[in-house]
Design a protein. Structure first.
Length: 159
């Protein structure tokens, strides 16, 4: 993995009851983190920024689509962000969806981001390196006491 930048943020718990939502104030900083406002936002849930893509109609995304088959041309976005269900149980019990296959949705995410674009994936561990990308930064988000931190692994799509 080599040397990658590591940052730490402390953010309060979410203000809404939607399971899996971002920590408070995180989304306000997302364009700065991804380095663009023109980004695709996969597994968007009830987010408010980027081109929000989700498979569930009830969260009112910009585009209703399966992340394995995105309806966008190659290199459509300057960056990307994804917040997939962290475990099979979360996919089934919290969101009532099939657990997304890593190799399929990440391939699609990389495909629709322009070369040189920054891609962030939120998870509770450092995620594997994406095909055609290099590691750049890991942001650790500390939340309230007795709550697991969240990690954003940031990668840059190769030119």
């Amino acid at each position: 993995m080599g040397r990658i930048k590591t940052s730490v943020m402390y953010l309060p718990r979410p203000a809404v009851k939607y399971p899996g939502c971002y920590p408070m104030h995180f989304e306000k900083r997302l364009a700065e983190i991804i380095e663009t406002e023109n980004y695709i936002h996969l597994f968007a849930g009830m987010t408010e920024t980027g081109m929000r893509v989700d498979i569930k109609n009830d969260v009112e995304p910009n585009v209703i689509a399966d992340a394995k088959h995105l309806p966008f041309a190659d290199s459509s976005f300057d960056g990307g962000m994804a917040d997939p269900p962290y475990k099979k149980e979360f996919a089934r019990n919290l969101y009532d969806v099939e657990y997304p296959k890593w190799s399929k949705w990440t391939r699609e995410l990389v495909r629709v981001v322009k070369p040189g674009g920054r891609i962030g994936i939120m998870q509770n561990y450092i995620v594997p390196r994406l095909v055609e990308c290099v590691y750049e930064e890991v942001i650790v988000i500390l939340l309230r006491i007795k709550q697991y931190p969240k990690l954003i692994t940031l990668q840059r799509k190769l030119l």
